[in-house]
Design a protein. Sequence first.
Length: 255
Amino acid sequence: MFDSHCHLHDDALFADAKVVIDSARQAGVTKLLLAGVEQSGWSRQRALSEDYSGVYCALGWHPWMAAERGLDREQLGALEAALADGAIAVGEIGLDKSARYADRLAEQAQGFADQLDIAAARGLPVVLHVVRAHGEVLALLGKRASSGGIVHSFAGSTEIARRYLDLGFAISFSAAICSDRPQLQAVARFVPDDRLLVETDAPFQRPRSLGQQRYEPRHLPVVIEKLAKLRNSPVAWIAQTTAANSIKTLRIRSS
Ligand SMILES: [Zn+2]
């Protein structure tokens, strides 16, 4: 299984990363994409990807960081330098119009566009974080060169998913599909087999069924089992297909 989005650099998991990765492997989750948020986490991500096979890095400035004051030349230069050292994607990047960040959309859009260009110049896929801003993100993507990528923790409508699919993106589902959201569950049935990905977003977005347990990549089967049920497909088939799709979308060559 391939967890297409998790945050082992986060303080909740990093000190314990060896245990977290070993128990993920024991559960059959042998590949992880660590999503970037800000520069302070990138070196942690890189250290993990160097130490453990099957652990890969996306590096980027999260829209929450871009919202603070936009991204300046120095921050973008730091990203370009960091990307030169083994990252396989740029992210997570995007736009977030949730209450706390909605009034900083111009700053976010500038940082997002600059990072899209950085990714396109390197031929790297992107990992998108989009909250209540699909129209704006799709408009920006439509205007720029892009190498495609992943829409992380998708929560939009079927029509919005179709527009990302038309642009070549894969759709990643998190444990959000486990809660009672008929519209999102319809999307989970709609996405074609070859564009379907799964993620935990651990340690965040913990599914209710886990109670107060720490949420880790080893819990990815919770998402896979729900997706299998929604699509009326065998669990093992969803596990294999989503892993193969992650490898293809992220252009990972077998080593
Ligand atoms: Zn994330």
